[in-house]
Ligand binder design. Structure first.
Ligand code: AMP
Ligand code: ZN
Length: 138
């Protein structure tokens, strides 16, 4: 879809740190990570939200989430992984292309607000290295 930043990532017009992909989904590093290893999983085909996404793409995203969670466990040894998915501007969805956040967390990390957090750009070198680390564990 035109003017959709995640479609542009799927099409290779905007770069990303790819962690995993198959015929239906792409997983890549969030560039404003809440924690090291913050990853997004998207359907390659544009759908805005939970009401628009097709059953097969929805299934593919969530099947991939389990694979990615296993890879994160092996690569990063977090104490837990928060999975978050926002639908609609009212709950602060910023990119209007369905995406599932996977956020590895340590037990003593500060509490995470559910729908609003400050977007702080990450260190691209750390993001790239961590993305490769998880990708190798997929
Ligand atoms: P939200 O729509 O609120 O669930 O969050 C959108 C997420 O997309 C934010 O965590 C952003 O940091 C992330 N994001 C936006 N643009 C990019 C990009 N070009 N590459 C990676 N992550 C991005
Ligand atoms: Zn899109």
């Amino acid at each position: 879809m035109e003017d959709c930043i995640f479609c542009k990532i799927v099409d290779g017009e905007i770069p990303c740190f790819t962690i995993y992909e198959d015929e239906r989904v792409l997983a890549f590093a969030d560039i404003n990570p809440i924690n090291t290893g913050h990853t997004l999983i998207i359907p390659k085909s544009h759908a805005e939200n939970i009401w628009e996404i097709g059953e097969d793409d929805l299934t593919a995203v969530h099947r991939a989430s389990r694979r990615l969670a296993g890879a994160m466990q092996r690569a990063l040894q977090p104490d837990g992984i928060a999975m978050l998915q926002l639908n609609g501007r009212a709950v602060n969805q910023l990119v209007m292309h369905y995406h599932l956040h996977l956020i590895p967390r340590k037990a003593d990390d500060p509490a995470l607000s559910m729908t609003e957090w400050e977007l702080v750009p990450g260190d691209m070198k750390v993001i790239e290295e961590t993305a490769r680390n998880i990708a190798d564990a997929c």
